[in-house]
Design a protein around this ligand. Structure first.
Ligand SMILES: C[S@@+](CC[C@H](N)C(=O)[O-])C[C@H]1O[C@@H](n2cnc3c(N)ncnc32)[C@H](O)[C@@H]1O
Length: 268
């Protein structure tokens, strides 16, 4: 089980929205124009950021099922501005590591997730691809971490810390050994094998001094993650983190964190 607080999700939501790949969002909207009523399954929805971003763009008659294992996150989902009255939403508390395929809902014609995919395993991805194909659903998976962390100004130790973080990314997050940075390309391959036309595009976070709280939260989380799997270099890690925090506090730190967005659909 891995925990995500509502505060953390709120901190990242505007940055996620800015990072999303515009070409893929446009392609999704083009696809949507050819559909009637939409039934959307949002996996690992948290407090509903993905729905808040996509629903107003998709428009028209939409039913969303938001699924997360954490009822506290589902409980704080805000009402969405929906002037049309055509947006319906329901939430389900469920551990998606189990057999979520039996979830009772109208067959989805869009399966989506944001900031989830890097947590899952090879087997789980294969099941996801199989389920999406059986529904002939389009797939839109935003903001999957791609393994890139680039700080400016650079410090000795940046690469080492990134490598530790990426090792931690591959530990079990409840779905079996996580794919971490490999997850989005792996899902692209699984979907292509099943006849989907797939596009994978970058959606990096580009964080400047105005994002100091998010930089600080990332630094804290990453240091904790590295300590979990690499207790030995504690002194070096502490010295690196102190330098990094000082640069953030001085408003001099910039940080790029790479992500992938993925859109897949059947062309006929
Ligand atoms: C990084 S958050 C992303 C939340 C939301 N999609 C967003 O973009 O703000 C990952 C979400 O996946 C959920 N999650 C993680 N493991 C899960 C599992 N096994 N079953 C269901 N939800 C899970 C967490 O509770 C959390 O809400």
């Amino acid at each position: 089980m891995c925990g995500f607080s509502a505060d953390w999700l709120a901190l990242r939501e505007p940055v996620d929205a800015a990072a999303r790949n515009r070409e893929l969002t446009t392609r999704l909207c083009d696809w949507r124009r050819k559909q009637g009523a939409l039934s959307v399954l949002d996996l690992g929805s948290g407090t509903g950021a993905n729905c808040r971003f996509l629903a107003p763009l998709l428009g028209g008659d939409q039913y969303w099922r938001l699924v997360d294992q954490d009822p506290a996150l589902l409980a704080v989902i805000d009402p969405i501005q929906d002037r049309s009255g055509l947006l319906r939403r329901e939430t389900t508390t469920l551990d998606l590591a189990g057999s979520w395929e039996r979830l009772e809902m109208p067959p989805a014609n869009l399966v989506t997730a944001s900031a989830l995919l890097d947590l899952v395993s090879t087997d789980w991805l294969a099941r996801l691809a199989r389920r999406c194909q059986s529904w002939r659903a389009a797939v839109f998976i935003a903001l999957s971490y791609d393994g890139t962390i680039c700080w400016e100004p650079a410090l000795a130790g940046d690469d080492q810390v990134r490598d530790w973080i990426n090792r931690h990314q591959r530990t079990d997050k409840g779905f079996g050994p996580a794919l971490g940075p490999d997850a989005a390309p792996a899902l692209a391959a699984r979907l292509e094998e099943r006849g989907y036309s797939v596009a994978l595009r970058p959606s990096p976070w580009l964080l400047g001094s105005e994002h100091a709280p998010l930089q600080h939260a990332l630094l804290t989380g990453w240091v904790a993650a590295v300590r979990e799997i690499a207790p030995e270099p504690a002194d070096e890690l502490a010295a690196w983190a102190e330098q990094r925090q000082r640069l953030i506090d001085q408003g001099r730190a910039r940080l790029a964190v790479g992500h992938w967005d993925l859109f897949a659909a059947f062309t006929s």
